[in-house]
Design a protein around this ligand. Structure first.
Ligand SMILES: [Zn+2]
Length: 327
């Protein structure tokens, strides 16, 4: 039977390599670059940088800095919104940083989100670093399309496969309705907040049903030795694992939306807007915010994701969060 939880398996592998001081210099993490691959990369980095004896503790300064992608010895690059390309200059900057001494004498890490968006020139620059990796450095390449990476890059990285990029739920199932909710923010009162929270819950219920259907089909063709109750356990575990991936993507989109608002409120150059097509809606919402309240909205969304991990009922989480978004 195939592995049920690729994530847990991969995590064990990394933990062991870390404990025995045998981490590779570069990893390709195959999964959703906004979902499970991102989550894995963050846990990986916490393992390296966490100050606690029980790593990762998720509580110490370094763990928090990893969560916010602000740790000084980690450099994140991802494609800019319009061209969806990772530019040469950025890779060059990353490579340069990797060769410098770290700030606290420890590890240096470079993370490429959606690494398949490197063009050939960017990839070739990265390749040089892979051929001669600086000591105590690690590169993490996050991608859902490893086939789009140069074979010479793949061959120099250890590959971690979290998912084949198919969750069984099509993006179309949740993306458009989620955008509709985002455009209607902020809620005008408690009732409106509950209504929007209810819609988000419905979206995720639909996604879950679809995933369960796919998983059931997959299992139907497989192992006959599984009895009824075991089959249900496997079905639930696999469905929930994939639902988590979609949920992570949903929150990432919500987070990006609120980052755009913060950017507009802060009057930062706005060619970096992720949702530039929704400019009007974003500007309208930004007009209702101060910098502090826009920042708080981001924290609310981050809080939603964290609470979901703690198995608090989604309906309750969404309802409370949307109430906090009321302006
Ligand atoms: Zn920690």
């Amino acid at each position: 039977m195939e592995a049920i939880d690729l994530y847990a398996e991969a995590w064990e592998g990394i933990r062991n390599s870390h404990e025995s001081g045998r981490l590779a210099h570069a990893y390709v993490i195959v999964g959703s670059p906004r979902g499970n691959a991102l989550q894995f990369a963050e846990s990986f980095l916490k393992l390296i940088y966490c100050e606690s004896t029980e790593k990762p503790c998720n509580e110490c300064t370094n763990c928090h800095l990893i969560d916010s992608h602000k740790h000084v010895d980690t450099l994140w690059i991802e494609p800019q919104s319009k061209a969806r390309q990772i530019k040469v200059d950025e890779v060059r900057g990353l490579v340069h940083r990797m060769t410098q001494t770290s700030f606290d004498g420890g590890w240096k890490a470079g993370i490429l989100v959606s690494a398949e968006c490197m063009n050939v020139n960017s990839a070739n620059i990265l390749l040089k670093t892979l051929e001669e990796p600086p000591p105590k450095s690690v590169l993490l390449l996050l991608t859902d399309s490893p086939q789009a990476l140069l074979p010479t890059i793949i061959s120099r990285c250890q590959k971690i496969v979290l998912s084949e990029g198919k969750t069984g739920a099509k993006d179309t199932l949740w993306e458009a309705p989620l955008m509709e909710i985002l455009r209607e923010l902020p809620p005008v009162g408690g009732l409106d907040a509950s209504r929007l929270a209810g819609r988000l819950k419905t979206i995720l219920d639909t996604v879950k049903a679809e995933i369960a259907g796919t998983v059931e089909e997959e299992l139907g063709g497989g192992d006959e030795a599984l009895d009824e109750s075991k089959l249900k356990d496997v079905l639930d575990a696999r469905t929930n694992a994939r639902l988590k991936e979609v949920q992570a993507e949903v929150f990432r989109v919500m987070l990006d939306w609120h980052r755009d608002i913060l950017m507009l409120v802060s009057k930062v150059a706005d060619e970096h807007l992720i949702f530039s097509n929704d400019r009007n809606a974003l500007e309208e919402q930004a007009a209702q915010h101060t910098q502090a309240s826009a920042l708080q909205a981001i924290q609310v969304v981050e809080g939603m994701a964290r609470r979901l991990d703690r198995n608090i009922p989604p309906a309750q989480i969404f309802d409370e969060a949307f109430r906090k978004l009321v302006r």
